[in-house]
Design a protein around this ligand. Structure first.
Ligand SMILES: Nc1nc2c(c(=O)[nH]1)N[C@H]1C(S)=C(S)[C@@H](COP(=O)(O)O)O[C@H]1N2
Ligand SMILES: [Mo]
Length: 422
């Protein structure tokens, strides 16, 4: 920048009015004439020296100033980190796509590392041709690209008996929303040839856990994918590289990673993950089984305990995410007074089938304490329930499928806390 330009910047700032930003809404952004970040180029090394050359980082990384935006685990939740979970930092994200490096991880036997040349997919059982496909074989099938959320059925599972974890990363972060590219499972099953009695599919993983789940054939023929890519690049190892099952709208446990075998049968297999786990213990001691669909749900991500209001009263943005395993999200309503008054929020960005939706609601905060909630309604007509309404039906023995309305209490300093109101 020339001295003239330098001088004219100062002149602009010291000139009549100084502040061109004028509107009352932006009063908080009023410029100070002595702000060195405007008046003093010496205080801005990024203008004084050349920056990094191209290729400084052949695979790019976020700004060093964003180093706090990471997946986080809760150490007391599980005994060992190889059979554990971490959480997506929802409070730091915008839009609807979860960046690959921030997708929460759930492993039962650690993340397997499989060279693509060593990967095989076996298809056996009630098929005309028992088959083994290489990755190169799979890549020759017609492929599709679709955006879907994956939510672990245990998401919000720690909140059944009361408000517990202080932040939406921990209360709601067992979810990610990814644009997958893959091959419809239907095409691979048809290639192997389904026998008449075929009614169920067993999906099996190649990791140390050898995870298995029974999936009804109808779902497999409808919209399941053998995914090889996430958000444009290959799957990450943590997400099942080189291939995972995508089971849109259904609980994350069924999305078998490091997929190695598909068995076709005429009955479900009643394996561990669909009997002792991923069933819902009711108040009377019986358990619901095969509760595959993820019910309509939403959460305000900002403000929230990890994302307090720091700007004081005035124009304030409430932002959050909503999703349903039964279709699209039709509406999201937001309350600032604990459910006395509800306002329809704006759905921002794409509204896709079985995908995360972003909602925003702007309001003028008077600095008084708030009780923030969001409530989503899906295109199948389901309305997200209150915690009390859900407990009336499900009791408090459950771990899985808690889709209740979340409350954040915001104090007059803008700090938010996980609370319950009745
Ligand atoms: N092979 C295999 N697949 C698996 C798992 C696993 O441990 N092994 N965990 C399941 C569970 S419980 C969930 S919630 C999702 C998590 O997917 P993510 O790690 O991509 O978030 O993967 C599922 N698929
Ligand atoms: Mo899960």
């Amino acid at each position: 920048m020339t001295d003239d330009a330098h001088t004219s910047r100062r002149a602009f700032l010291r000139g009549a009015g100084g502040v061109a930003l004028g509107s009352a809404a932006l009063a908080a952004g009023a410029a100070r004439a002595d702000d060195p970040l405007i008046t003093d180029l010496d205080a801005q090394p990024w203008t004084q020296f050349l920056g990094d050359p191209v290729d400084a980082m052949p695979y790019g990384m976020p700004s060093e100033h964003e180093a706090h935006v990471v997946r986080r685990t809760v150490s007391w939740l599980t005994a060992d980190a190889t059979s554990s979970i971490n959480f997506t930092p929802l409070h730091e994200l915008e839009g609807i796509i979860t960046p690959n490096g921030l997708c929460f991880e759930r492993h039962h036997g650690g993340a397997a590392h499989i060279a693509p040349g060593d990967w095989r997919l076996m298809v056996n059982g009630l098929v005309g041709r028992q088959s083994v496909f290489t990755l190169a074989d799979i890549m020759r099938f017609p492929r599709v690209t679709r955006t879907h959320f994956l939510e672990c059925a245990a998401n919000s599972g720690m909140e059944w008996r009361g408000a517990q974890l202080n932040g939406c990363q921990y209360t709601h972060g067992m979810i990610h929303n990814v644009m997958y590219t893959g091959v419809p499972l239907r095409l691979v099953l048809e290639e192997a040839g389904l026998k008449g009695a075929a009614a169920w599919v067993l999906a099996e993983g190649a990791d140390a856990a050898g995870m298995t789940r029974s999936i009804p054939l109808d779902k497999c023929l409808d919209d399941c994918l053998i995914a090889t890519h996430m958000n444009g690049e290959r799957l990450r190892p943590e997400q099942g590289y080189p291939a995972r099952l995508v089971v849109p709208g259904w609980e994350g446990n069924m999305w078998v990673k490091w997929l190695r075998r598909i068995e076709v049968g005429d009955h479900p297999w009643h394996h561990r993950e669909e009997t002792s786990k991923y069933t819902d213990l009711l108040a009377d001691g019986t358990a619901r089984r095969f509760t595959w669909e993820m019910d309509v749900k939403s959460v305000i991500t900002s403000p929230s305990p990890q994302a307090p209001i720091t700007h004081g009263r005035g124009p304030t943005v409430i932002s959050g995410v909503a999703w349903s395993g039964r279709g699209r999200v039709a509406e999201v309503h937001v309350t600032t007074d604990g459910g006395v008054n509800w306002t329809k929020a704006r759905i921002e960005g794409p509204s896709l089938d079985k995908s995360m939706h972003r909602f925003n609601h702007e309001f003028d905060w008077d600095g008084a304490p708030l009780l923030l909630q969001s409530r989503a309604i899906d295109t199948a007509g389901y309305v997200q329930p209150t915690k009390d309404a859900l407990r009336a039906v499900r009791g408090v023995n459950s771990i899985y499928h808690n889709n209740a309305i979340q409350t954040w209490a915001v104090d007059s300093d803008g700090r938010a806390e996980n609370v319950e109101i009745s």
